[in-house]
Design a protein around this ligand. Structure first.
Ligand SMILES: Cc1cc2nc3c(=O)[nH]c(=O)nc-3n(C[C@H](O)[C@H](O)[C@H](O)COP(=O)(O)OP(=O)(O)OC[C@H]3O[C@@H](n4cnc5c(N)ncnc54)[C@H](O)[C@@H]3O)c2cc1C
Length: 274
């Protein structure tokens, strides 16, 4: 089995907390390298990431990687978060720019993820392994694809140890991205982010927002199943497992699953990878 990791988001209600506990309980059987927890933009959700990693680490015994974004505030606020994570014994951070919530004027002291990575290195030395985001299909706000590659390289030059990609369904986009950044001299491992398919309309919404392309043949087959959730799940697991196999055969160093705090769809994919 390749190195795997699971991504969760911070639950906000008791029901969501119970759901995350159930998912963590099931997925830890796959012995993940680590689990990561997203960082919501906006001050009010700041503490949820910390609470959630503490729970996954303390109650479930998992290695954790809190996400941290430039929306985390000032240098002093981000330094305080880093100190808390270090004191808790965590060794990994996923460093991002984040997205500015509408109506929010100032994102904090850092504009781009590369600046945040440099700050983490300056503040915490080599304590944390730092992962950054990569976009095989190009970040939706990039000036152009080549400059996006150069900005990705800047994050690695600033001190990132590895990257996790935005999800995609076309393996050639990943392989091309790897070739391009290797030519630029980027040597760090780049782990594909995998989105299991459960609900097609939700996937379409996410994909429109983050610039991930759903190939026509997948969309057409999903649409043909209409409201038949069971058939959609089965097709989704088969398509995503095939993607994972191709990625691993082509040299991907591991798989990072966007679980959306549910175990079932991720398990269905993993079950086909043995
Ligand atoms: C694995 C993964 C995990 C994520 N987790 C979270 C999370 O927990 N919380 C959250 O809010 N979001 C999360 N996101 C989403 C992410 O924050 C957004 O996609 C965001 O828009 C970009 O973040 P980034 O770190 O890639 O930014 P950056 O690397 O800073 O790039 C952002 C954009 O700016 C451009 N750019 C970079 N540097 C420069 C420069 N010097 N001059 C001009 N343009 C530049 C890039 O080309 C790109 O278009 C995640 C994404 C991924 C792939």
């Amino acid at each position: 089995m390749p190195a795997i990791s699971f991504e969760f988001f911070p639950p906000k209600t008791d029901e969501q907390r119970a759901q995350l506990d159930r998912a963590a309980q099931v997925l830890k059987a796959y012995a993940p390298d680590y689990v990561s927890v997203t960082f919501g933009a906006g001050g009010s959700t700041l503490s949820y990431t910390g609470d959630t990693v503490a729970r996954l680490h303390g109650e479930h015994g998992l290695s954790v990687a809190p996400h941290l974004s430039c929306m985390g505030g000032t240098r002093a606020e981000i330094a305080a978060l880093l100190e808390g994570y270090r004191a808790a014994g965590y060794r990994r951070i996923v460093a991002l720019r984040g997205d500015l919530p509408s109506g929010m004027a100032s994102p904090g002291d850092f504009r781009y993820a590369a600046e945040l990575v440099a700050f983490i290195r300056e503040h915490s030395g080599e304590h944390f392994r730092i992962e950054v985001a990569a976009y095989p299909e190009t970040h939706p706000q990039a000036e152009d694809a080549l400059r996006d590659l150069a900005h990705f390289k800047a994050k690695v030059d600033a001190g990132a140890d590895g990257a996790i990609t935005q999800y995609f369904f076309n393996p050639d986009a990943y392989f091309r991205f790897i070739d391009d950044v290797r030519r630029l001299g980027v040597a760090v491992p780049i782990v594909p982010g995998i989105m299991p398919i459960t609900n097609f309309s939700q996937l379409k919404r996410f994909s429109d927002a983050c610039g991930a392309e759903i190939p026509r043949w997948i969309a057409k087959r999903m649409q043909a199943h209409g409201d038949d959730a069971e058939s959609i799940r089965a097709l989704g697991a088969e398509v995503v497992a095939q993607l994972c196999r191709r990625l691993l055969e082509g040299g991907a160093p591991g798989l990072h699953f966007y679980t959306l705090n549910r175990a079932r769809a991720t398990q269905a994919v993993l079950a086909q990878l043995h």
